[in-house]
Design a protein around this ligand. Sequence first.
Ligand SMILES: C[S@@+](CC[C@H](N)C(=O)[O-])C[C@H]1O[C@@H](n2cnc3c(N)ncnc32)[C@H](O)[C@@H]1O
Length: 256
Amino acid sequence: MTSIGANRRHWNSISRDYQAEHDPQIGAAPRLWGMFSIPDTQLDALGDVAGKRLLELGCGAGQWSGSLAAEGTRVVGLDLSEVQLAAAAERMSNRARFPLVQGAAEHLPFAPASFDVVFCDHGGLSWAPPRLAIPEVARVLRPAGRVVFTVTSPWNEVCYDDSTDRVTAQLRRDYFGLAAASEDADGATSYQLGYGDWIRVLRGAGLVVEDLIEPRPDSGAHSGYLETDPPDWARRWPAEMLWIACKPWPSARTVP
Ligand SMILES: C[S@@+](CC[C@H](N)C(=O)[O-])C[C@H]1O[C@@H](n2cnc3c(N)ncnc32)[C@H](O)[C@@H]1O
C-alpha cells in the first residue's frame, strides 16, 4: 500500500493553514532546523555548500531552499503537494528564485548522481517509507555526496500522549515496532524508525553514517509544533534526530 496519494491530498488540504501558522517561525531567519528553529550555524549540520548542487526533499513553501538560493547555492525544491509548491512559488516572488519540481521521495524524478547534497527538515524522509526513500536518495547522490535530514526522535513518539496532544515524561507506547503513524482518516501516513533500523536502512543503501546530532533547544525556547509536559522536556530528552550520512566513492578495483 502506498501513502503517496493520501499524503498529497493531506498536504494540499492543510497547506494554507500550515503556512499561516508556521511560516513566521520557519521562515524567520535563514537555515533553521527543526521544531525549535535552531540555526545551522549552531548545529553545523549542512555547513558550507558553496559550489554544490542541492536537493531539498519535501521543501514545503521553500523556506530552507529560499535561504540557500539567496546565498547563491544551486538548489532544487521537490515536493509532493502542488499546493505547497504554489506556496513556495508565491513566497519566492520577491526573493531569490530556485527550480521547483513535483514528485515523491519514493520515486525521485532525477538521473543517478545528480546532487552533491540531499537534505530535508521533517520533509520527505518523514512522509515516505524510509526503506523506499533512502535508496532513492543514495541513487541521486554523487560519490562523496551527503544526505542531511531531521525526523522526530523515538523518544518523542514513545512519550506522546494522544489524549492531551503533548509529549510527556512517561513511556506510553512501545519502542519496538515503531513504523507508520496515521495522520488523518483518509490514509495520510508519516513514518518513524528506531535507531537501529535507521542505521540499517542507511547502511543498506550503501551510505556511511557520519553523525547523529540530537538538537537541544536553548532554555525557554518555544516550538510552534510541540507541546510538552514538563515545559523543558526537549532540554531533557531529544525531540528530534538530525542524521548525516555520506555516499562513499566506489571501491577502487585492484588491477592484477
Ligand atoms: C513538514 S513539511 C516540511 C517542509 C518544511 N521543512 C517545513 O517545515 O514546513 C513536510 C513536506 O513533505 C511533503 N511530502 C509529503 N509526502 C512526501 C513525499 N512522499 N515525497 C516528497 N514530499 C512529501 C509535504 O507535501 C510537505 O510539504
